[in-house]
Write a protein that binds this ligand. Structure first.
Ligand code: PEP
Ligand code: MN
Length: 341
C-alpha cells in the first residue's frame, strides 16, 4: 500500500500516518527522491484497509500496489532512482560504466589495469577479492590481501571500488573499501545476506541469478529495500537456457521489463552474459539500445594469463574502442555519457 501525502504536509501529519502503520503491525517507509511525498507500507497487509488512512490529515490518496515487490516498484515511486556519489551518479539519464578484471590477482596486474581505465575516464573499478567459483579447485581470490590492493587503488587513483561480498564473515572488511557491494548471481537469493548488506546502507549491485525470473530479482531487491536502503543497482548477467553456443543467454528482454516495473537503475554485464570476448562489444551496444543505465565489463591486460574469466575479458585497447562506439550510440539513445577520449 502507498499513502500519497499532500506536498505541504507537516511533519506531525507524516508521523501520525507512520504511527498508525506501526499500530497495525506494518512498517512505514518514506520513499526518498520521489517528486511526491509518499509513504510505502510493507508487512502483512491483508488486514489493512484504505479507510484506515484516508481520513487522516494531509493524506491525499491511498493506493494498493499490485506487484509482489513493493518498495522497488514503479507503482511505489514513479521517478527513476539516481544513486549519488561525490563526483558522479548512477541512474537517471546518465550512462555509467563499471570496468575492471574479474579478480584481483596481484598488485601489478590490478594497478596496471586500473591505471589504463582511469586514463580513459572510468570512475568505477570492479575486481573480486572473494570469488565464488563453480569449482572448488579454481582460484578463489586473494581475499583480505585483495581488499588491501583495492584500498590502495582507491586511495592512490581515486577510483570507486565495486567488489563482491560472498558472506557475512568478510563483510566488515569489504565495507571499509567498497563504494558499491556486489552480490553475485549465486547469492541473489541469499536473503539473510541481502538483509545484512541492505542494512549497511551502501549501494548494492545485485546480479540476477542464473535461473531467476525478473520477479525473483525484484523480490531480492525488495529484501535490500526493506532495510530502507534504496541504493540498489540491478544487473542482467545472462541466464541458463538450452543454448550452449555462449556461456549464458543474455536476456536483454529483461531490461525494458525491469525499467517498466521498477524505479531502480538496471545495468547489463555482457561479459558473463556471453562469456566470449569478441561477442562482448556487440552485446554491450545492444544493452544500451535496450535501455540499460550502464554496463559492467571485464577488462584484463593479459586475458590469456588471467586467473579467472580471461576468455570473456576485453583488453584495455578493445575496451577503449567500445567506449568510442558507446559515445556515438549515447547521442542516439539521448543519454549523457562522459568518456569522450
Ligand atoms: C563476477 O562479476 O565476476 C561474477 C562472478 O559474476 P556472476 O555472479 O554474475 O557470475
Ligand atoms: Mn568474472
Amino acid at each position: 500500500m502507498l499513502i500519497i501525502m499532500r506536498l505541504d504536509s507537516s511533519r506531525i501529519d507524516i508521523d501520525r500516518v507512520k504511527t498508525k502503520v506501526k499500530e497495525l503491525n506494518c512498517t512505514p517507509h518514506e520513499i526518498p527522491g520521489s517528486s511526491k511525498l509518499a509513504i510505502g507500507i510493507t508487512g502483512m497487509m491483508q488486514f489493512l484497509k484504505e479507510e484506515d488512512f484516508q481520513m487522516l490529515p494531509s493524506v491525499s490518496e491511498v493506493l494498493r500496489v499490485t506487484k509482489k515487490f513493493k518498495l522497488v516498484s514503479r507503482e511505489m515511486k514513479s521517478d527513476d532512482t539516481v544513486i549519488k556519489f561525490d563526483d558522479s551518479s548512477i541512474g537517471g539519464n546518465v550512462l555509467q560504466i563499471i570496468a575492471g578484471p574479474c579478480s584481483v590477482e596481484s598488485y601489478d596486474q590490478t594497478f596496471e589495469i586500473a591505471h589504463e581505465l582511469k586514463e580513459m575516464g572510468i570512475q568505477f573499478f570492479r575486481a573480486g577479492a572473494y570469488k565464488p567459483r563453480s569449482s572448488p579447485y579454481s582460484f578463489q581470490g586473494l581475499k583480505e590481501k585483495g581488499l588491501e590492493i583495492l584500498a590502495d587503488i582507491k586511495s592512490q587513483l581515486g577510483l570507486k571500488i565495486v567488489t563482491e561480498a560472498m558472506n557475512s564473515n568478510s563483510l566488515n572488511s569489504i565495507l571499509e573499501v567498497a563504494d558499491i557491494i556486489q552480490i553475485g548471481a549465486r547469492n541473489m537469493q541469499n536473503y539473510s545476506l541481502l538483509e545484512e548488506v541492505g542494512a549497511s546502507m551502501k549501494p548494492i549491485f545485485l546480479k540476477r541469478g542464473m535461473s531467476a525470473t525478473v520477479e525473483d530479482l525484484l523480490l531480492s531487491a525488495e529484501y535490500i529495500a526493506s532495510q530502507n536502503n534504496f541504493n540498489i543497482i540491478l544487473c542482467e548477467r545472462g541466464i541458463r537456457t538450452f543454448e550452449t553456443s555462449t556461456r549464458n543467454t543474455l536476456d536483454l528482454n529483461s531490461v525494458p521489463v525491469i525499467k517498466q516495473w521498477s524505479h531502480l537503475p538496471v545495468f547489463v554485464d555482457p561479459s558473463h552474459g556471453v562469456g566470449i570476448w569478441d561477442k562482448v562489444s556487440p552485446m554491450a551496444l545492444a544493452a544500451i539500445a535496450s535501455g540499460a543505465d550502464g554496463l559492467m565489463i571485464e577488462v584484463h591486460n593479459h586475458p590469456a594469463k588471467a586467473l579467472s574469466d580471461g576468455y570473456q575479458s576485453l583488453t584495455p585497447k578493445r575496451f577503449n574502442k567500445l567506449l568510442k562506439k558507446i559515445t556515438l550510440l549515447s547521442s542516439i539513445v539521448d543519454r549523457e555519457f562522459l568518456y569522450e577520449k
